[in-house]
Design a protein around this ligand. Structure first.
Ligand SMILES: Cc1cc2nc3c(=O)[nH]c(=O)nc-3n(C[C@H](O)[C@H](O)[C@H](O)COP(=O)(O)OP(=O)(O)OC[C@H]3O[C@@H](n4cnc5c(N)ncnc54)[C@H](O)[C@@H]3O)c2cc1C
Length: 510
């Protein structure tokens, strides 16, 4: 066992954790901090996912940090470039030395008497834990404030449905979250199951990279929009302005465009349906009908809209290197899949691009003064803190725009909060319970299967500020960068053991 104390403990060294460390160093220079990271690498998502073609599905001018211009030509960037960008930010910001790799946080207990968290992390590189399953040596740290930058899904396994008779299949079945290094797809017949961002990325990438043929098999279609891989307006702005100024201008341009598209989708869904359908139809070959393959039953932004750079998916369809089937799987067979229509698909490789398994706060077990916290019974405060849990914030990005836009603002807010507490001598900040009688709604507001499967285990949100999580960057700037820190939803105290509202549910099992 080893022990340590820091002012702020960041959990996770992905895009958000490195951003959090940067903001902390600049805005709260006196604070000590450490980052605990379960894996052996910086980058989170952008290090984990290694499937062919992996890329962002939002533009890098808004997925990049506010403090570090994205300088590459492509605005929809490939995974390795994003990983390099995050690593460079960590190296240039002198953040790496604060990271303790192979530390998976499993428990965090708040003590009001001490006004601090005691955090237990499992070493994932020592003892019996050779398979990264988390049974190694434990390490204990204490911290005044905990900042969860753990992402929103499980790293150990993606979501794989119970496919009927999958054991009969003689080919290779792969989940994109666990892409085998040695998988050779050259001249292979491939079926990609799914219609989300991963499927629409994989299909053209495999098709252009030597596969014999790629079939995208979807149960139901998704809204797909084509975007230029290289933004022509950004190109002009970048030629005209110095790097930093150009980045800021392009970022705002993209924020505005995303915002307008989202608002129009919510207010005039029929119009947006028609516009999206017309642009897709123009790019399809004559024998691929819009209906049923590109006519979702839901409205745009009920689920995330997929972006395809330079229409690469449609190019693969036109070149006959890929095809699309909208049907349901009846059963796996020895050579592939039989569909409910009776149609058979032969496949050397089947890729189950069926999504993520969501997880709140990295699976950490929380307790407050010896009582276990049921996260599902807590209510979010400003989309980043939770009722009854003191001195804790999380970095949770937007679902309708780039993740980092929100995380940058969250980091700024947390730093303001910490400085405010220091100035007034406060030791505890505690989000209050929602006033009695006020309703709640799910914290993540998408209807996608991967969200609906897990959202019940997540904290909730209220129906109004400050308990509502607004998916609106301009509004969040006003609230998080400029708004008051003290309001009806939160209480500060110098005496951390003073009574406050609590979401504690049951005593922690011994
Ligand atoms: C394939 C894919 C593509 C995406 N593309 C986009 C996009 O284009 N635009 C967009 O806005 N969003 C996108 N997202 C969402 C994406 O996850 C975020 O943009 C962003 O990368 C999240 O960064 P993060 O640091 O918050 O989380 P993550 O990248 O998930 O990193 C979390 C880190 O925390 C660590 N961790 C978790 N739990 C613990 C624990 N208990 N103890 C210690 N360490 C822990 C993990 O090991 C990981 O390193 C995409 C997601 C996926 C899966």
């Amino acid at each position: 066992m080893s022990s340590d104390h820091v002012d702020v403990l960041i959990v996770g060294a992905g895009l958000s954790g490195i951003g959090a460390a940067h903001h902390l160093q600049h805005r709260c220079p006196g604070k000590s901090y450490a980052i605990l990271e379960a894996r052996d690498a910086i980058g989170g998502t952008w290090d984990l996912f290694r499937y062919p073609g992996i890329r962002s599905d939002s533009d890098m001018f808004t997925l990049g940090y506010s403090f570090r211009p994205w300088t590459a030509a492509k605005s929809i960037a490939d995974g390795p470039s994003i990983l390099e960008y995050v690593r460079d930010a960590a190296r240039d910001g002198d953040i790496e030395r604060h990271i303790r790799f192979h530390h998976r946080v499993i428990e965090a207990s708040w003590s009001s008497a001490d006004a601090r968290w005691t955090v237990t992390a499992e070493r994932t590189d020592t003892g019996a834990d050779t398979d990264d399953s988390g049974t190694g040596e434990t390490v204990t740290l204490t911290a005044n404030f905990l900042f969860g930058c753990t992402g929103y899904y499980r790293y150990d396994a993606g979501y794989m449905p119970d496919f009927p008779n999958v054991d009969d299949y003689a080919g290779t079945l792969v989940h994109p979250q666990h892409w085998p290094d040695d998988l050779d797809h050259t001249n292979k017949k491939i079926v990609v199951i799914g219609s989300g961002a991963t499927a629409v990325t994989l299909v053209p990438a495999l098709a252009q990279d030597g596969a014999a043929h790629v079939t995208m098999l979807q149960r139901s279609p998704t809204y797909i929009m084509t975007l230029p891989g290289e933004d022509p307006i950004a190109k002009v702005i970048r030629r005209a302005l110095p790097e930093k100024a150009a980045y800021a201008v392009v970022r705002w341009k993209n924020v505005a465009m995303q915002g307008v598209f989202f608002q129009l989708s919510r207010r005039a869904p029929r119009l947006i349906r028609r516009v999206v359908a017309a642009t897709v139809k123009r790019q399809l070959p004559d024998d691929v009908p819009l209906d049923p393959h590109f006519t979702p039953t839901y409205d745009p932004w009920d689920q995330r809209v997929c972006l395809v750079p330079d229409g690469d998916l449609f190019t693969a369809l036109r070149e006959r290197k890929a095809s699309i089937v909208t049907d349901r799987i009846a059963t796996f067979t020895r050579d592939g899949l039989r569909l409910e229509s009776g149609h058979e698909l032969q496949a050397d490789i089947v890729i189950s691009a069926t999504g993520l398994r969501l997880q709140a706060l990295g699976g950490i077990g929380f307790s407050v003064d010896g009582r276990a916290i049921d996260l599902a019974s807590t209510v979010g405060y400003k989309g980043m803190m939770f009722s009854g849990i003191p001195n804790l914030a999380i970095a949770l990005g937007y679902t309708n725009a780039s993740w980092t836009l929100k995380c940058d603002l969250t980091c700024e807010y947390v730093c303001r909060l910490l400085n405010h507490m220091d100035f007034h001598g406060y030791r505890r900040v505690l989000p209050r319970e929602l006033p009695p009688g006020e309703g709640t709604r799910p914290l993540i507001d998408l209807q996608s299967g991967y969200v609906t499967r897990a959202v019940a285990s997540f904290p909730k949100q209220g129906n109004r500020a400050p308990w509502r999580l607004y998916q609106n960057y301009a509004r969040d700037i006003m609230m998080l960068r400029r708004g008051p820190l003290e309001d009806e939803g939160i209480e500060f105290s110098r005496d951390a053991s003073a009574p406050g509202s609590s979401a504690a549910a049951e005593p922690v099992a011994a």
